[in-house]
Design a protein around this ligand. Structure first.
Ligand SMILES: Nc1ncnc2c1ncn2[C@@H]1O[C@H](COP(=O)(O)OP(=O)(O)OP(=O)(O)O)[C@@H](O)[C@H]1O
Length: 151
């Protein structure tokens, strides 16, 4: 029995396929400003609904402010900002993945849904642990020096 296989997309057909796929989207951002609006909506959704995201935002703000207050070298501030940003980014991706999984399996138990959610949560945990390690290594020595110099 022969099976009909569609040919691989050639460069000329690619835009047509992409346009067709994007047509399946309920709504497409019409310009850059609208894209930012949707991105901001995602960030505020994460902040309003995810307790862990709020905790991470607060901790990141404190840690970055502290690194500026302690006048750490700019490379160290950049490393702290990068690791903090990674935690927040993964937290939002975790929320996005949870939504997709819930949309797919609804309120039914599925082993693959469990794997997807557990792995996403694990990725957030790893990034948070690394951020704690980086923050502790770079912030604690100058912080202790400052405390000892005032007593
Ligand atoms: N549909 C499902 N099928 C199987 N296991 C699930 C399913 N939904 C959730 N789980 C399990 O329950 C755990 C918690 O899922 P939930 O969707 O409540 O995430 P959460 O507690 O909101 O996570 P976070 O704190 O990162 O927001 C998952 O890590 C997974 O082990």
């Amino acid at each position: 029995m022969s099976q009909k296989v569609s040919p691989p997309p050639t460069p000329n057909r690619l835009p047509k396929i992409v346009t067709k796929e994007r047509e399946l989207s309920w709504q497409i951002a019409s310009n850059l400003l609208v894209s930012f609006k949707y991105a901001w909506a995602g960030i505020t959704y994460g902040f309003k609904t995810q307790r862990n995201f709020r905790i991470h935002v607060a901790v990141c703000a404190i840690v970055i402010s502290l690194s500026l207050f302690l006048r750490l070298p700019s490379v160290e501030v950049a490393v702290i900002a990068l690791t903090s940003g990674l935690v927040l980014t993964l937290e939002l991706l975790n929320t996005a993945l949870e939504s997709i999984v819930d949309l797919t399996v609804k309120q039914t138990y599925h082993e693959l849904a469990k794997i997807a959610k557990d792995c996403a949560a694990g990725a957030v945990l790893i990034s948070a642990l690394v951020a704690v390690l980086v923050g502790g290594t770079l912030l604690l020595p100058p912080l202790f020096r400052l405390i000892l110099s005032t007593i």
